[in-house]
Structure formats: C-alpha cells, structure tokens
Design a protein around this ligand. Structure first.
Ligand code: GRF
Length: 193
C-alpha cells in the first residue's frame, strides 16, 4: 500500500512514519512522497535520507483552505504518486469536495485530542485549559466536517496534576508518534477495508 503524507510544519509524525518504515515496522505500507503547502517547511526535507521526495504544491491565495486551482494541483500531485492512502499529519488547511471525492475513504487525519472533544486548533491546549484528566490523540477518516469522520483508533494520555502544558504536549506527541504508524500499518494489513 502506497501512502503520501501531507503536512505544513515540523513533520515529527512524518518522521515517525519514515523511521517505522525504515525499521521494517510498517508492514505492507510504503511512503512514496511528502507534500506541503509551505515551501520552507521542515517536513519537506525529512524524506531525503530515505529516498522519499518532498514536494511543495502551491495551495493558492487563501490561508486555511485550498483555492480551486490549488485543489486540482493537490489532486494531480497525489495521483502522480499512485498513492492508495493520503495521510494528513499537521496539514493546516481544511479539505472539501472535490478533493474528498477524488480519494473516497482514502484520507486519514491525525488530531491531538480524543475526538469528538477539542476539535479544531490547539487540541492539546484546549484539553489542558478545560482541566480534563485524560486526553490523547485520534486518527480518523476525513469527512467534510472539521475533525469529523469515522474514528479509526485513539491513544489515551492521562493528565497529571503536576503536568505543565509543555509536559502534556510532549506526552501527546509521543502518543501520536506511536499511534499513526500503528494505524497506517493496520490499514495496509486490512487492505484498507
Ligand atoms: C500534530 O499534533 C497533529 O495531531 C496535528 O498537527 C501536529 C503536527 O505535528 N494535526 P508534526 O508536524 O507532525 O510535528
């Protein structure tokens, strides 16, 4: 199963996927490209040592969504990789039709909270400030609704009384780095059904 990663920033989750693949821990799943809307994003550099290309794809003039031309550019770039699965790992733009229709049930997203709680930006901070005692991360199929779509798997992170926000961020990110490779591997094993 070929997969492509879309991200806008640091790419620590892309790194976790590449490392898991390099160590033979992704089963039949194989990363084939990393795409980013930000030409300067660190994520674009991460595939180099693994022979996985990083490609900047122009998103258009909007800040939080793709323009119609941007959408087409992404659809074409993904089709060119012949990917079976699109993994959103910190891609900071909302995806809608026709993008979603181009890859039905083939787009997954990683979110840093236990959905359906704390959707949107800053999921870790939202949970911390609300004062919940457990949070975590979620991988879900992408639907037209922000951070909606069927949940595939989650990982729980307890919040200790002594945790600072920074402590919690480290814990949630560590959980994400375990969860996302597990889900990608499982989807490849299950033939994406
Ligand atoms: C992750 O926390 C993910 O849940 C959210 O964006 C962050 C991306 O981090 N959607 P990174 O770029 O993979 O380090």
């Amino acid at each position: 199963m070929r997969f492509v990663i879309l991200g806008s920033g640091t790419g620590s989750n892309a790194e976790a996927l590449l490392k898991a693949w390099d160590e033979g821990k992704l089963g039949k799943a194989e990363p084939v490209a990393i795409l980013s809307d930000k030409p300067e994003a660190r994520i674009l550099q991460l595939g180099k040592p693994f022979g996985v290309p990083g490609i900047h794809v122009e998103p258009g003039p909007f800040r939080t969504k793709l323009s119609p031309e941007g959408e087409q550019a992404y659809i074409e770039a993904i089709r060119a990789t012949k990917a079976d699965l699109v993994v959103l790992a910190g891609f900071m733009r909302v995806l809608k039709e026709p993008f979603l229709e181009a890859f039905p049930n083939r787009i997954i997203n990683l979110h840093p909270s236990l959905l359906p709680s704390f959707k949107g930006l800053d999921g870790i901070r939202q949970a911390y400030e609300y004062g919940v005692k457990v949070t975590g991360c979620t991988v879900h199929f992408v639907s037209g609704e922000l951070d909606g779509g069927r949940i595939i798997d989650q990982k729980v992170v307890p919040i200790e009384r002594t945790d600072s926000l920074e402590d919690l961020e480290l814990k949630v990110h560590a959980a994400e780095h375990e969860l996302l490779p597990q889900v990608v591997r499982a989807l490849a094993e299950g033939g994406l059904e």
